[in-house]
Design a protein around this ligand. Structure first.
Ligand code: GAR
Length: 210
């Protein structure tokens, strides 16, 4: 089984979706550790409840981004992960860290990338009058929210719906596609090759989310 380290800053509902699938065997891997940069992240409690190492690395204890990321790499690497999963980890990463985990670093972003990189994605989709919205799992590269796409889930925007409603609906889609992407990676059906994402052709019909 593959070794997974999950990085969080908050609630950790995506972490929970992944934990659930490692515990029931759908994901052929184990979450070796959950690391938060915020002491109050509820995801740390989720990790403890699942019997997983819950580690805090508070960025406020570091002088700058470089020293925090260097300590973060050291902590992550102490678990020797095959895959590092960003699940609501609200920090910009240094190029050094991103390069170090090339091909084994996932992120989930609450928009249909390449649309709406950065923050406030639901609000921006509503204000633009978009007809659809969604979420994306991608490999992380040095370009913020710009790495190769793994899977997207889309939904029609309901006329008149508010940000909270849309956010909640997209969140539920995230909980479907993130564990699926982790499943594929852990089953060696997905990797980042020289020319981009390589996905086993059998994954596509099964997914139903592309
Ligand atoms: C998710 O909606 C995720 O897409 C978003 O943070 C939320 C975390 O929720 N990530 C980003 O905005 C990254 N820029 P969770 O803690 O319940 O998984």
């Amino acid at each position: 089984p593959k070794r997974i380290v999950v990085l969080i800053s908050g609630s950790g509902s995506n972490l929970q979706a992944i934990l659930d699938q490692t515990l029931d065997g759908q994901i052929r891997g184990n979450v070796a550790a959950v690391i938060s940069n915020r002491p109050d992240a509820y995801g740390l409690t989720r990790a403890e409840q699942a019997g997983v190492d819950a580690r805090l690395l508070d960025h406020k204890q570091f002088a700058d981004r470089e020293s925090f990321d260097a300590a973060l790499v050291e902590l992550i690497d102490s678990y020797q992960p095959d895959l590092v999963v960003l699940a609501g980890f609200m920090r910009i990463l240094t190029p050094e860290l991103v390069r170090h985990y090339h091909g084994r670093l996932f992120n989930i972003h609450p928009s249909l990338l390449p649309k709406y990189k950065g923050l406030h994605t639901h609000q921006r989709a509503l204000e633009a009058g978009d007809e659809e919205h969604g979420c994306t799992v991608h490999f992380v590269t040095e370009e913020l929210d710009g790495g190769p796409l793994v899977i997207q889930a889309r939904t029609n925007i309901v006329p008149g719906e508010d940000i909270q409603n849309l956010q909640q609906r997209v969140h539920q889609l995230e909980h479907k596609i993130y564990p699926l992407a982790v499943q594929w990676f852990c089953n060696d059906r997905l990797k980042l090759g020289e020319s981009g994402v390589q996905l086993d052709h059998e994954c596509l019909p099964e997914s139903g989310y592309q």
